[in-house]
Design a protein around this ligand. Structure first.
Ligand SMILES: Cc1ncc(C[n+]2csc(CCOP(=O)(O)OP(=O)(O)O)c2C)c(N)n1
Ligand SMILES: [Mg+2]
Length: 755
């Protein structure tokens, strides 16, 4: 630790630790009495034995000071409502070393204390200004180049820093995924947007390392390396010994991470540039050279509290704060600056004050720039949609030769075969899109040789081989993290979630991460993907809640997510083409809910009638987002709004209702569940004499609520309406399942109530 030339803070028992930390630096420099060596030249070690040279030190010191003064500025201007974020980087400025020792093309997923890292990475490209760019973000200015004023994030398109949310650890799975993608690209002939020997960098705090989402990434990286597969991810654990107020047990990080056989552990002193630089260098070089997951345990400290709102003096002793403030890495950097002879007391303080001035001036300038002022401005990057381009892409059929090869000859093309059921046609559609998009990948649990639990993916592994169709480890969070990683590297991933119930334990990867990227990066970064999920209830003979989960509420309110749910094979194929096009053209994150109980359904009214099999749509046919399918458009005695299993059920009930009452029923299959097409719903409701909303999901927060809202808001609220919907319960095993799910008898009974 740095020897202090004064009795630190003996006279500073104040409330505002930022002021004290600031004053400490100044006094430290003013009172420094050490011996200065002859200043080293560029290329010579900053201090004897250091791996860091003079120029490197000057740059890193400059980056550290920018980071520190941005923090100090934020504390002052927050109270003037000019800055809207005070979680700072003070004590973590040593992470600038990681930036210096990596490239600006190494994709970086950063901890929120990355001011030093960012300032240093800015040096990698000419003409960039870390101070102004950061100030614009602090000020939530529309001109913020990272997020357009949507969040204070560390992010940059030219510098390959993908903005992160505040959810700690949620970025680790996609960082791992990006590392895997960097290596896999070559094997599928995909051109990477970054150099082939790039590594993925991912930083996080010590407390965050305990999170399930972090652990799952470490485990997946280890699982990969154990099989001698490359995963060049550099996990940087910035260990300041504490969470917000919960201390990490002393020694825990080293104890927990230094003995994992497939996670290569390195330690570096992030408080001391002269000492730490060579240590960081060893970790970075190891990761790049060996392509193995590498864990860099970077010692840091935390001064000035967790955020501006954290008055540490209220919950820990002042002696403890003194001790912490003495570990401030900027004091050590000041000591190196003076002892190396590179700076005098005067020139160092001049630099310190000039940086302060620069940060305040930038912040005041940023405050004068426009902020987001309308809802349309806020939402612009969330869910871009260019219908004409999506349609053209979905209908693009310029891959006939490859297609014929994939299906084994012209005569074997699926559109030349007799009508088939859903599972077969989803499989054919997947062959089709994988033929069309050489950068697409399909992966999940059991999807390869076995072809999935329901054999929907059968044949894909054989046709497209293991680099494009593969089994993952059993972890939905990792599956979705991998998907984001591939997408980050320009591929088109199709992750499979084996059952809807198991989406829920990884939901944040879509909700908090994938769907938020376009929003928080102002649409500069996109992670297009199409997540397939075997979904919904009514499976005969195989059941229980977890294989029949009918709740899609958790998907419906994810901003920007597209949710499609086919009820028959031809629709599935046409919808899948559109989802892939939405991903490709507009970068959208999509969910495709495949109703398990309809996978093998061939008949509609009677056993053997084969009426739930349809002709496969030839390429060139796609289905616009939001377009539903209407059975009996001219019928208006009763209009049933439904989707999924509800469609054939409603068609059967319609026949019974007609026999019983002579009513003609129109059945409307919505097909697209998010966003709901309100205009289409209203159009179908307008001339209906009676309306029935048939929702196999739950009563609370189900799609039915959205349909009814659209009908009422569209001015059709006076039409008699009944809802037939699943109960708010878990689904029981065996026949009892039908007690909680809507059935045909209930549809007929609901019609009776409207008679
Ligand atoms: C999933 C999640 N849970 C809780 C929080 C609230 N939270 C924000 S930071 C933090 C402590 C993180 O500590 P650490 O990982 O050591 O990072 P440090 O702030 O010390 O750098 C907590 C609990 C969060 N952001 N995300
Ligand atoms: Mg911490």
């Amino acid at each position: 630790m740095t020897a202090l030339p004064f009795s630190l803070n003996a006279r500073h028992k104040g409330f505002n630790r930022a002021e004290i930390v600031d004053q400490n630096f100044i006094e430290f420099v003013q009172l420094w009495q050490g011996q200065a060596q002859a200043a080293p030249r560029d290329g010579e070690p900053v201090l004897p034995g250091s791996a860091l040279d003079a120029q490197g030190f000057r740059d890193l010191l400059g980056s550290q000071l920018i980071s520190r003064h941005l923090d100090l500025m934020a504390r002052v201007l927050r109270v003037q409502n000019k800055v809207f974020y005070t979680i700072g980087s003070s004590g973590h400025e040593g992470n600038a070393m990681v930036a210096r020792l990596t490239r600006h093309t190494d994709p970086a997923f950063l901890h929120y204390r990355s001011g030093g890292f960012m300032a240093e990475r800015f040096r990698k490209l000419p003409g960039m200004d870390p101070v102004m760019d950061s100030a614009l973000s602090f000020a939530a200015s529309m001109e913020d180049p990272a997020s357009g004023g949507r969040h204070k994030v560390w992010g940059s398109k030219p510098l390959w820093v993908l903005p992160q949310t505040s959810t700690i650890a949620s970025h680790l799975p996609k960082a791992f995924g990006t590392a895997v993608a960097i290596e896999q690209a070559r094997r599928i002939g995909h051109t990477l947007p970054v150099p082939e020997d790039s590594i993925a960098i991912c930083s996080f705090g010590d407390a965050s390392s305990n999170h399930a989402t972090a652990q799952t990434a470490f485990n997946a990286a280890g699982w990969t390396a154990y099989q001698k597969l490359p995963a060049p991810v550099l996990f940087v654990c910035e260990d300041n010994g504490i969470g917000i107020s919960v201390k990490t047990p002393s020694g825990w990080i080293a104890n927990n991470f230094s003995r994992r056989p497939d996670l290569d552990y390195f330690y570096a002193d992030g408080l001391d540039l002269a000492e730490g630089y060579g240590q960081v260098q060893a970790a970075v070089e190891h990761c790049r050279r060996t392509r193995r997951p590498t864990f860099l345990h970077l010692r840091t400290t935390r001064v000035m509290g967790h955020a501006g709102t954290d008055f540490e003096i209220e919950w820990r002793s002042v002696e403890e704060l003194f001790a912490l403030e003495a570990t401030d890495p900027l004091l050590r950097s000041a000591e190196i600056a003076l002892a190396s002879g590179l700076y005098t007391r005067e020139s160092l303080l001049e630099l310190y004050e000039a940086t302060r001035k620069q940060c305040f001036a930038a912040a005041e300038d940023a405050d004068r720039r426009p902020r987001l002022g309308t809802l349309a401005e806020v939402m612009k990057p969330l869910a871009p949609y260019t219908p004409a381009a999506v349609k053209a892409e979905a209908e693009r059929a310029d891959y006939a030769a490859r297609r014929a090869e994939v299906f084994g000859g012209e005569e074997k093309l699926p559109e030349k075969q007799p009508p088939r059921h859903l599972a077969i046609q989803i499989g054919q559609a997947l062959h089709d899109v994988m033929a069309k998009y050489p950068e697409s990948l399909l992966f999940g649990e059991d999807v390869a040789l076995k072809g999935g639990v329901y054999t929907v993916t059968k044949g894909l592994f054989k046709t497209f081989k293991g680099n494009r169709v593969f089994n993952t480890l059993l972890d939905e969070t990792v599956i979705l993290g991998l998907a984001q990683g591939y997408a980050n590297m320009g591929m088109l991933p199709m992750p499979e979630i084996q059952y809807l119930a198991y989406f829920h334990n990884a939901c944040d990867q879509i909700r908090g991460e994938a769907c938020s990227l376009q929003f928080f990066s102002n649409d500069q970064y996109r992670n297009p993907l199409v997540m397939r999920v075997a979904s919904l209830g009514y499976q005969k003979g195989f059941g229980g809640h977890f294989h029949n989960d009918n709740s899609i509420a958790a998907l419906r309110d994810i901003p920007g997510l597209v949710v499609g749910c086919p009820s028959r094979g031809d629709d599935a194929a046409a919808m899948l083409r559109t989802l892939m096009a939405l991903a490709k053209v507009d970068g959208r994150v999509c969910a495709f809910l495949e109703p398990i109980a309809l996978y093998m359904t061939k008949d509609l009214y009677e056993a053997g009638d084969g009426l739930w099999q349809y002709a496969y749509p030839a390429p060139g046919e796609a289905l616009p987002l939001g377009e539903g399918r209407v059975y009996e458009q001219d019928a208006d005695d009763l209009v049933v709004f439904t989707f999924g299993n509800g469609v054939p059920m409603a068609l059967r009930a319609a026949r019974e209702i007609e026999q019983k009452r002579g009513w003609r029923t129109r059945v409307v299959d919505l097909r697209w569940l998010a966003p709901l097409n309100d205009a289409f719903i209203v159009e179908q409701a307008r001339n209906a004499k009676r309306i029935l909303v048939l929702d196999e999901g739950r009563r609370s927060a189900g799609v039915g609520e959205g349909i009814i809202t659209a009908i009422v808001e569209g001015g059709c609220g006076a039409t008699p309406l009944q809802r037939v919907v699943g109960a708010d319960t878990y689904t029981p095993l065996a026949g009892a399942a039908l007690l909680v799910l809507p059935g045909e008898a209930e549809i007929v009974a609901a019609a009776d109530r409207m008679a």
